[in-house]
Design a protein around this ligand. Structure first.
Ligand code: ADP
Ligand code: MG
Length: 690
């Protein structure tokens, strides 16, 4: 905050030792300032006593009344029941865990103050396990003088302890001059930062609690704006820095590209040509391209990448294509070889599993300047030395975060020159994220599919109808079609997922004796996977049982049926990717979502979205709505998931305003940027260092 006092470690506060500091660290709190930015999730109103006659169900209330009766019920579940009355009405306290000392406290006539949520129960409105205290007759009943904040906690830290600490931090705040990096001239209506923090930690009794609950209070509005602006600025800064670097200028005639296109059995779509044009403009500039190409599954991104690559190659530079999985990388390797070998261009290969002599051989080819290099992220390990890298192409970028994007750029640096970077994703980036998480990129959209595709028909069925589906597969396969059966499981257990696929494979092998069935999963050797894929492609296998490893890139036009087990476990965009493996030819294709019933409400909503739309953008928007940005981007690496107060989905209505404000700050108050970004992103802002 521009003040040394607040930047001090929490241990300067009275009573905070190493042990407590460690607990706080789990909440990402290490300084006094961090404490101040640890904002309440919600509030309770303990500033007034509610007459019992006025309580409605769902209210969280403070009540004070006299014990009319205290009894232990013996029914289905033993409970201590205490009936209180205050002259306006009565309410029942219900405790399932209690001891006799506790029961005996509730003598008839004793005065009790309690706080809890009123819920309908066996005897009218009840408070379950309320917080309570006995009030002695000569005592006046006290209430709080501000709303009670409820903070996110961590193990071993109570609300009360955290509240005390924040009180200490507020005392420091009051002693400090706080600089407002959002200048009054640009934001005349926003309360100051100091006022805002004070209010949010200690709202006065008359603060509008539902405005606060909806994050629409002016103090929240101010902080949300400030945080979103800081996020935006850090990305814009990143972009500016990037544009400052030098990059090779590709002065290509496009001849190689023409040669390649001449060999293809189809022309480019209009959208492909347009996007190639946008890329071409970029790579003829002396500053590095940073462009995101979005295109739905099957839109033909690989071809766009290939034409871009040929321009770099023609100008005498090397190109690296990186894919997130080995299967996808292999697919690219085979595509690029098929396209480039006739042009006399060497294509090299690199993956983590490549070992020994084979690896050495590839490393040498890369170092010697093989024009095209395809691989997984192993491409950017230290042992890989490029000869003259001019363009990096990253496929399915949504799996990589901002920071990986940066490290890639570093790896490719050659002297003063930075390579151009092209990023391709089939997961459309919802507008909200495009404006925030991806604000450092230019974007192009391939908004047209190659002609002759037929829409996929999607049905959702409960897994009780599995037998029917197995028969349907048999019928389709006997008619010469091919099918996928995709097994999913909770994402982080690859082992379990493979096991599920193995079990399904065995089961289907028994039930579909006449068919050739293959199995493919992430734990198989690259060679094995490649063989299985090749056999499926050649129609030697009619049914392929797979895990989500086939999610991206796999291209077998004769496969027209896909069964996805437990689709409710996957994100919508991921399902959309999977489903995109069928519908690649001119025949009608089907996707069966075989869900485990009963579905939750959210599950039903998601299945319905899949059934009703095939528009990747619409699906991504829904996904964001149903799961939030952290999940949609596949990782928490974006930093977005850890925002202190803003929420991209809830606050998206502010993004236009944020954009304008960020640009004004950039133009008129450049010296405010570093402290502003530092305040909100702190050490998470690695942009400054690159
Ligand atoms: P994605 O955008 O999902 O990566 P691909 O690049 O894998 O899509 O292309 C999907 C399929 O469409 C491939 O078989 C590819 O050869 C084909 N394809 C690409 N561009 C065209 C085009 N202009 N006309 C017809 N088919 C095309
Ligand atoms: Mg692709």
């Amino acid at each position: 905050m521009g003040s040394d006092q607040l930047a001090q470690p929490v241990t300067i506060l009275k009573g905070v030792g190493a042990a407590l500091a460690e607990k706080l660290a789990k909440l990402h709190i290490s300084t006094v300032e961090d404490l101040l930015f640890h904002l309440p999730l919600r509030y309770q109103d303990r500033t007034r006593i509610t007459p019992m006659g006025a309580i409605r169900r769902g209210d969280e209330v403070v009540v004070v009344g006299q014990v009319a009766l205290a009894d232990v019920t013996k029914g289905r579940r033993r409970a201590l029941i205490v009936r209180l009355g205050d002259g306006t009405g009565s309410i029942t306290l219900r405790f399932f865990h209690f001891n006799m000392t506790q029961k005996n406290q509730f003598r008839k006539g004793a005065l009790v103050r309690c706080y809890g949520e009123a819920r309908p129960g066996a005897s009218g409105l009840e408070l379950y396990h309320p917080e309570y205290s006995l009030v002695s007759q000569d005592q006046t009943v006290s209430v709080d003088d501000h709303l009670t904040p409820i903070y996110p906690l961590t193990e071993g830290l109570t609300q009360n302890r955290l509240r005390q600490l924040i009180q200490l931090a507020l005392a420091e705040l009051q002693k400090t001059e706080v600089v407002d990096w959002l200048p009054k001239s640009l934001f005349p209506n926003l309360p100051s930062l100091k006022e805002s923090l004070q209010l949010l930690h200690e709202p006065p009794p008359d603060a509008p609690i539902d405005e606060l609950t909806r994050y629409k209070h002016p103090s929240q509005h101010r902080l949300i704006m400030e945080e979103l602006i800081a996020q935006q600025l850090s990305l814009l800064k990143l972009r500016q820095q990037h544009k400052h670097h030098q990059a090779p200028v590709f002065k290509a005639t496009g001849q190689l590209g023409q040669q390649m296109l001449a060999r293809l059995p189809f022309p480019l779509t209009g959208a492909q040509s347009r996007v190639i044009g946008e890329i071409t403009q970029d790579i003829q500039q002396p500053s590095p391209m940073l462009r995101l190409v979005q295109g739905d599954v099957g839109a033909g991104k690989t071809l766009v990448a290939a034409i871009a690559a040929l321009q770099a190659i023609e100008a005498g530079y090397q190109v690296a294509v990186m894919a997130p999985t080995e299967i996808l990388a292999e697919q690219h390797y085979s595509n690029f070889r098929q396209w480039f070998t006739p042009l006399g261009l060497d294509v090299a290969w690199m993956a983590g599993k490549l070992k020994g002599k084979a690896r050495q051989a590839q490393l040498e080819r890369i170092a010697a300047g093989a024009p095209m290099v395809v691989g997984t992220h192993a491409l950017f390990q230290e042992s890989v030395e490029f000869n003259k890298l001019g363009l990096i192409i990253v496929d399915e970028q949504h799996r990589f975060g901002v920071h990986q994007r940066l490290s890639l750029r570093e790896k490719g640096q050659q002297g003063d020159l930075y390579p151009h970077q092209l990023i391709m994703t089939a997961t459309p980036i919802p507008r909200t994220l495009a404006m925030s998480a991806y604000a450092d990129l230019d974007t192009s959209v391939i908004d047209e599919l190659p002609p002759g595709r037929t829409p996929i028909e999607t049905v959702a069925l409960p897994d009780s109808r599995r037998d029917e589906i197995v028969e349907r597969i048999a019928t389709a396969c006997y008619q010469g079609k091919q099918a996928y059966w995709v097994c999913t499981l909770i994402e982080d257990s690859e082992a379990l997922q493979c096991q599920a696929a193995e079990t399904t494979f065995e089961d289907l092998s028994v039930r579909l004796k006449g068919l050739n069935i293959g199995l493919i999963h992430g734990r198989m050797k690259a060679q094995e996977k490649a063989e299985i894929m090749a056999r499926f492609k050649a129609n030697e296998l009619q049914l392929l049982v797979a895990t989500t490893v086939i999610e991206v890139g796999v291209d077998v036009p004769n496969a027209t049926l896909m069964v996805i087990e437990n689709p409710e476990r996957l994100g919508l965009s991921q399902l959309h990717q999977l489903r995109g493996r069928v519908g690649r030819g001119d025949q009608q294709s089907y996707c069966v979502l075989l869900y485990h019933s009963p579905l939750s409400r959210n599950g039903k909503a998601r299945v319905a979205v899949m059934r009703d739309t095939q528009d990747g953008f619409q699906i991504a928007e829904k996904d964001l709505e149903l799961r939030g940005p952290g999940e949609v981007l596949g990782t928490r690496q974006t930093g977005l998931a850890q925002m202190k107060i803003a929420d991209l989905v809830r606050d998206q209505y502010l993004l236009d305003e944020v954009n304008i404000a960020a640009n004004q700050l950039l133009r008129h108050y450049p010296h405010h940027l570093p402290p502003l970004v530092d305040r909100w992103l702190g050490s998470a802002d690695q942009y400054a260092q690159v």
